[in-house]
Design a binder for this molecule. Structure first.
Ligand code: SOE
Length: 378
């Protein structure tokens, strides 16, 4: 694994757990974790359960006792690491968004296609696909329970940088993150809505905004306000993005991704309206799915709450009895379950780099449309 911060911790939990919960044809061994700071990555290795700690990822792709490279770094190194790993014959799991640009994403897809011909697998870490309620949503729509999809309404609302004194971390720098809320959390709702509907976004138009344009530099953020002469830097990504889209099935979609929805902590919510009913998923209530069945007798119609904890629901039978709910981290264990099974059985894990390129194309299209905004001058 390359990188050991938030996603590194979430992936490590999944690698530690997956073979103890799911019966799989292969076992994950956590051989080494890589990070630039030797002391910090050594601490991370012991805390997260990795046998070794290294400071050069190239060392990992050169070893013949390593089969998989799990890329958990900021977006500016995804392409370099993933392409080198694939060319070295290593299977690759790369965190989302796939890359910082469409150009990089296309290069990653090209490397994945070549590697696939040699039996080397790759996938992108859109983990929310593997929340049982999201998989159930996809299954119900695929079974035609909503009929033709008319509307998709997706938001991903966070509020972790509403304080102007929050430092200029890598997620707020374009050269490291590629974009702001749009690529970081907007990518999730783009992938998730395409996943559950089985449709693709065919066109978009949107706007973005950066509310706080200067922030204290991380090393200088000693709690002093910007006015105290603390060194500051420019925020070079969006704080919020709002866009509308057309779906390949003819429906309309609205998307909102923001880090300034004060009070919303990890508020991913998707509502799908079809001719025969509606489904609603809310990540902060991730064991539930709301379902409105318009085919029921009118007097009985209403949004029902499905508790997605039955053994017949996706992934759930490996965990606990009905009603014993699971959490955010289980989506990563499910991601690793499916990745290991695919690699071990010689099939392609999902979402593919091609699926992730589609998300990257939507991100780029939103930014292009943002640039063509027509102001209304009073
Ligand atoms: C942003 O804070 C973030 O960590 C995203 O980068 C993750 O992809 C999302 O799952 C949680 O929020």
């Amino acid at each position: 694994m390359v990188g050991y911060a938030f996603m590194g911790a979430a992936h490590s939990q999944a690698w530690r757990t997956v073979n103890r919960v799911f019966d799989l044809p292969a076992r994950a061994t956590m051989v080494a974790v890589c990070g630039r700071d030797g002391a910090k990555v050594a601490e991370a290795a012991s805390r997260l359960g990795w046998a070794e700690a290294v400071t050069d990822w190239r060392e990992l792709i050169a070893r013949d006792d390593i089969d998989v490279i799990d890329v958990c770094t900021p977006g500016d190194s995804h392409a370099e690491i993933a392409i080198a790993a694939l060319e070295a014959g290593k299977h690759v799991l790369c965190e989302k968004p796939l890359a910082n640009t469409v150009e990089e994403a296309r290069a990653m897809v090209a490397a994945a296609v070549k590697a696939r011909a040699l039996g080397v697998r790759s996938a992108c870490g859109f983990n929310y696909r593997r929340v049982p309620a999201v998989s159930l949503m996809r299954n119900l729509i695929a079974d035609g329970r909503l009929g033709a999809i008319r509307h998709v309404r997706a938001v991903y609302l966070q509020d972790w940088i509403t304080d102007p004194n929050f430092p200029l971390v890598w997620r707020l720098q374009k050269d490291k993150a590629g974009s702001g809320a749009l690529g970081d959390i907007g990518a999730h709702i783009i992938d998730l809505t395409q996943f559950v509907t089985g449709q693709q976004i065919t066109g978009v138009t949107g706007i973005t905004e950066t509310f706080i344009k200067e922030r204290p530099l991380p090393e200088a953020s000693s709690g002093l306000s910007a006015s105290a002469g603390v060194a500051t830097g420019e925020v070079t990504v969006d704080d919020a993005a709002v866009f509308v889209a057309r779906l390949s099935g003819g429906g309309l979609a609205t998307y909102e991704a923001t880090r300034f929805a004060t009070g919303r902590k990890n508020g991913l919510k998707v509502e799908i309206n079809g001719e025969l009913g509606s489904l609603v998923f809310d990540l902060e209530r991730l064991n539930e799915l709301e379902y409105y069945d318009a085919t029921r007798p009118t007097a009985e119609q209403g949004f029902s709450r499905i508790l997605v904890t039955e053994g017949e629901h996706p992934y759930v039978s490996a965990w606990w009895p009905p009603g014993h709910i699971i959490g955010y981290e289980h989506s990563f264990t499910h991601e690793m379950r499916d990745f290991i099974e695919a690699v071990a059985t010689g099939t392609d894990p999902t979402p593919s780099f091609e699926d992730a390129l589609q998300v990257q194309l939507v991100l780029e299209a939103v930014e292009k449309s943002d640039a063509s905004w027509v102001s209304v001058l009073a």
